[in-house]
Design a protein around this ligand. Structure first.
Ligand SMILES: C[S@@+](CC[C@H](N)C(=O)[O-])C[C@H]1O[C@@H](n2cnc3c(N)ncnc32)[C@H](O)[C@@H]1O
Length: 286
């Protein structure tokens, strides 16, 4: 694998549902030692991308606001940092910014202003998640944090440098459309929205389109295609019977790992749930 000199400051700068920081030690064990282009079609906050920092990567997410944030960091980081400095950490200001996407003038905001809004809301909203209602409007309340780090200039500049010193196009499409060009020798890491462990634990606030069982099957079929093309893939998901079954029946390798998750805002419900890693290569021969 062609690897850039890794800059530890280039790291996730958003708190994102399903963030993979805690699972990284497990994931690292199964990353192939060699590959050409790296693909990450469900990028979220990018914990695995920034851990690897490959020289050639293709990243994607269906969440348009998130993709705007990455594009602005890549192309316009100075203006973004200036814009972030204007924000205030108080309830009236928070709700004025939050509710912009309920108003017609939202369409007039520049991409820098939109990216700045998402970062600001992520740092100051309750529990720091990105959640929208059925109309696509951000609906997390004010977090009342004393001193949130709204402008993390060092990290934003490090991410900007990683994007610009390497070849990292960023897309806003369905996952199935971005790996079309993957070739033999490429490696894809999939971190889709998890199959819900139970109905009450289901978290479907990523974007307007929830990710259902048909999508999980579509993804599984894509893995079969990639395998046939000679690409390697690694996928994380919750260890539900459904997910285990659909990958086992195709003969892929499965590793069950347990990790603590912090999606649940009720501390007592933050337990350990089993997660699984699926790959199309021998877990120890990577
Ligand atoms: C589990 S999160 C990824 C978390 C990420 N690995 C991290 O460390 O933060 C799943 C991501 O998939 C995105 N997503 C949902 N449906 C999608 C689709 N059909 N195609 C591409 N991305 C999708 C969501 O917007 C979300 O950012």
């Amino acid at each position: 694998m062609a690897k850039a000199v890794k800059n530890k400051l280039a790291q996730p700068f958003l708190k994102w549902a399903g963030g993979k920081r805690q699972l990284l030690p497990e994931i690292r064990k199964y990353i192939p030692k060699k590959f050409n282009t790296y693909y990450e079609p469900f990028i979220g906050a990018g914990a695995v991308l920034f851990d690897l920092q490959p020289k050639k990567a293709v990243i994607n997410d269906i969440n348009k606001e998130l993709v705007i944030v990455y594009s602005v960091i890549k192309n316009n980081v100075d203006e973004l940092i200036e814009d972030l400095k204007k924000h205030e950490n108080n309830s009236d200001y928070f709700y004025a910014i939050r509710d912009l996407d309920r108003k017609p003038e939202y369409k007039q905001l520049s991409e820098v202003e939109r990216a700045s809004r998402v970062i600001y809301l992520n740092k100051t909203c309750y529990n720091g998640l990105f959640r929208v209602n059925s109309q696509g409007q951000f609906n997390v309340p004010f977090g009342k944090y004393k001193n949130p780090q709204i402008v993390n200039e060092i990290v934003l500049r490090a991410v900007h440098n990683y994007f610009n010193l390497n070849d990292v196009p960023i897309y806003n499409k369905d996952f199935s459309e971005v790996v079309n060009h993957a070739k033999k020798g490429d490696f894809v890491y999939f971190d889709p929205p998890y199959d819900p462990v139970s109905d009450t634990s289901s978290f479907t606030g990523y974007s307007l389109d929830g990710f259902n069982k048909d999508d999980q099957l579509r993804l599984r079929d894509l893995c079969v295609d990639l395998d046939k093309k000679g690409c390697k893939f690694l996928l994380s998901n919750s260890a539900t019977d459904f997910i285990k079954e659909i990958y086992k029946e195709k003969g892929f390798h499965i590793k069950i790992v347990s990790a603590s998750r912090s999606i649940n805002s009720v501390a007592s419900k933050r337990g350990k749930i089993d997660e699984m890693l699926v790959m199309n290569y021998e877990p120890n021969s990577n």
